[in-house]
Design a binder for this molecule. Structure first.
Ligand SMILES: Nc1ncnc2c1ncn2[C@@H]1O[C@H](COP(=O)(O)OP(=O)(O)OP(=O)(O)O)[C@@H](O)[C@H]1O
Ligand SMILES: [Mg+2]
Length: 344
């Protein structure tokens, strides 16, 4: 009886020891897990910082271009709108201050793809001899937490330091879109807005130009006076511009052009129709295709074949209008709502 009691006591003791050992093991394991967790986090943070330490990002290196407004073929109206928007703040800053005129902080250049938005910005930077910082969501955006905001700050600081300057944001609607519910986007937008507002309070000679093919997707907070003060439409080339663009893209082969080529006729043949509108890039493509067609003919004949209207006809069949009529209506509608009250 005594023996049974002793055994029972011993068993209880063993169970207790077993339990304590297990608890101790769990505690050690938990600590290990916690330490490993913190160690992992430490390395994650290190990795996160890494992209920042990489070579100076391309968007922080200003472009110096020799292009000027002379390199913008046609587009008389757009060119003069852009010129007048930039001339005052970039050329007459002090004089403007004398008259207590607030400088322009930002401009939005919108319009269909391939019509010349990026080209115009380069020409404007060259015309006023200012540093151009060209950034896009792919160069400034980062998958790393908080990096996009950091890069935005760096970009503005660099541009301010090297003013007079232009910060051009390509595909601005993708970097600064209307709210989508994502937790990252509001911080990026708020960082951008703060920096833009900073330019105004500091009276910095840095101008932001937003470039977009889909202006209706831009965050509303940015499209307001004090931030974006001018909205400029870059439309598909009109008749006069198309004629000039054809002449420009064929200028190097004038000696090789058949007498039957009429640039005015080409301007008419590329008039907008139900099929759509031709962009500047499409006009360049038509010229390239016509040159290739003539070259192909030359390879299969004894004599050199001149570039003729027939080659342009083939090119026109191969290169259809690349801008839909619906999209042009959308641009005009947006222009009516925003651009009209932004006029000086
Ligand atoms: N008026 C012009 N004079 C000379 N070249 C032009 C003109 N307009 C456009 N181009 C040329 O047409 C091509 C397309 O222009 P650009 O890339 O500037 O268009 P974009 O509006 O910025 O297009 P996207 O919206 O796709 O970025 C470029 O090679 C550019 O040099
Ligand atoms: Mg562009």
């Amino acid at each position: 009886m005594e023996m049974d009691k002793y055994k029972e006591e011993k068993q209880k003791e063993n169970v207790l020891i077993d339990l304590i050992t297990k608890i101790a093991l769990i505690a050690i394991a938990t600590r290990e897990i916690a330490e490993t967790y913190f160690r992992i986090n430490f390395w994650i943070d290190k990795i996160k910082e890494k992209p920042e330490k990489e070579a100076k990002s391309s968007f922080l290196i200003p472009e110096k271009t020799k292009l000027t407004f002379k390199n913008i073929i046609g587009f008389k109206e757009t060119k003069s709108e852009l010129k007048s928007a930039l001339e005052w703040p970039l050329k007459y800053k002090e004089l403007m201050e004398n008259y207590d005129i607030e400088p322009i902080n930002g401009i939005c250049l919108f319009g269909p793809p391939g019509c010349g938005k990026t080209h115009f910005v380069r020409c404007a930077a060259g015309e006023f001899n200012v540093n151009l910082y060209l950034a896009s969501p792919s160069t400034i955006g980062s998958m790393w937490y908080g990096q996009t905001e950091k890069r935005i700050r760096k970009l503005f600081n660099e541009a301010r330091r090297n003013s007079p300057s232009i910060i051009a944001i390509d595909e601005a609607d993708k970097l600064l879109p209307k709210s989508s519910g994502s937790s990252v986007q509001p911080r990026v937008i708020s960082e951008f807005l703060q920096n833009m507002d900073g330019l105004l309070t500091e009276k910095s000679q840095t101008i932001v130009i937003l470039l977009t093919n889909e202006p209706w997707k831009l965050n509303e907070a940015i499209i307001r006076r004090g931030r974006v003060d001018r909205i400029i439409y870059v439309p598909p080339p009109d008749y006069e511009t198309r004629v000039l663009l054809f002449k420009y893209y064929m200028s190097k082969v004038m000696h090789n052009i058949d007498e039957n080529v009429s640039f005015k006729e080409l301007g008419n043949l590329t008039e907008a129709s139900q099929k759509g509108y031709y962009s500047s890039a499409a006009i360049r493509e038509i010229c390239r295709t016509a040159k290739e067609e003539a070259f192909k003919n030359t390879l299969s004949s004894i004599n050199k074949v001149k570039i003729s209207m027939e080659h342009f006809q083939i090119a026109l069949l191969k290169v259809p209008p690349d801008i839909s009529t619906e999209s042009i209506s959308k641009y005009n509608e947006w222009k009516m709502t925003y651009a009209s009250y932004m006029l000086p």
